[in-house]
Design a binder for this molecule. Structure first.
Ligand SMILES: Nc1ncnc2c1ncn2[C@@H]1O[C@H](COP(=O)(O)OP(=O)(O)OP(=O)(O)O)[C@@H](O)[C@H]1O
Ligand SMILES: [Mg+2]
Length: 262
């Protein structure tokens, strides 16, 4: 079927398009019937209980896991296609748990992010330095750039791994639980940074977090995932805890007969 010009335009507005995606791991259906579109510049948060398939969804989007059925398009083509090389970046769950015996400075760590198959063999050193400088500045670690990662606080480490993702110059950044293990103040400044990356640097962000309160403060749009997407909408519309229990098919502790209100 030929694609009309207007349809093509519409397709290109989306960085990510997931259609009817189901994924099986070790013979078990982990996520099913996922439909999701993310437009350029959106900041989308994903929440859901342990084992609900959040990481599985991210790994599928990255093209690491194969779909049982359905379709994923990033910039209109398959996740691993050549034209997506360097356009998508991943900050993994526990990425900032860098072993303490690894002697590496922040600048060196961030520079690792600038390696891609595009520039591995013919690196443009000057350009790499500019990109690394910018990434370090964006996350506010300039004054500690030559410090060993092992000597950083949890929040600073998390910033360093985000800078590493930025050094790839990817426009689509996927983060899995970036808020774990950092204190409240570092957490809100990290969220502010992510928000700025969206608004000022034109990045598109998809972030998984258990921290409902924190993600709610920042994400424009939220998804509740539990095998499938049970809520997808504006953050202001996100259900409260009682409604989440209903989404999960769990009865509130005080049922209607007791007359309690939460
Ligand atoms: N490598 C694997 N092989 C088989 N099953 C797996 C594998 N990894 C995860 N699973 C299963 O897939 C389901 C979803 O796991 P996933 O890691 O995607 O959940 P999650 O929502 O990210 O959980 P968490 O909040 O704990 O990070 C779980 O039931 C898990 O046991
Ligand atoms: Mg996970």
């Amino acid at each position: 079927m030929l694609t009309g010009e207007s349809e093509k335009m519409e397709m290109n507005d989306y960085i990510l398009e997931v259609e009817d995606l189901s994924v099986i791991r070790s013979g078990k259906l982990v996520i099913s019937d996922i439909n999701l579109k993310i437009a350029r510049g959106e900041f989308v948060g994903i929440v859901g209980p342990n084992g609900s398939g959040k990481t599985t969804l991210l790994l599928s989007i990255l093209g690491i896991l194969n779909a049982k059925s359905g379709r994923i398009r990033i910039h209109g083509c398959e996740p691993m296609c050549r034209s997506n090389d360097g356009r998508i970046s991943w900050v993994s769950q526990a990425a900032s748990n860098i072993p303490n015996n690894l002697r590496i400075t922040i600048r060196e760590l961030v520079k690792l992010g600038s390696i891609s198959s595009r520039n591995m063999f013919f690196p443009n050193r000057k350009k790499i330095d500019v990109v690394v400088d910018k990434a370090i500045e964006m996350v506010g670690l300039k004054d500690v750039e030559h410090t060993d990662v092992a000597r950083l606080s949890g929040g600073q480490r998390q910033r360093a791994v985000i800078a590493r993702a930025l050094a790839s110059e990817a426009e689509f950044i996927i983060l899995d639980e970036p808020l774990v293990g950092i204190d409240r103040i570092a957490r809100s400044s990290l969220l502010k940074l992510l928000d700025e990356l969206c608004h000022d640097a034109g990045k598109t962000i998809l972030m998984v977090s258990h921290d409902l309160a924190a993600i709610r403060q920042t994400a424009h749009r939220m998804i509740y995932l539990e095998e499938t997407i049970k809520f997808d909408g504006e953050t202001s519309e996100f259900p409260d805890l009682t409604e989440i229990a209903e989404l999960r098919g769990i009865n509130p502790v005080h049922d209607e007969s007791s007359g309690h209100q939460h």
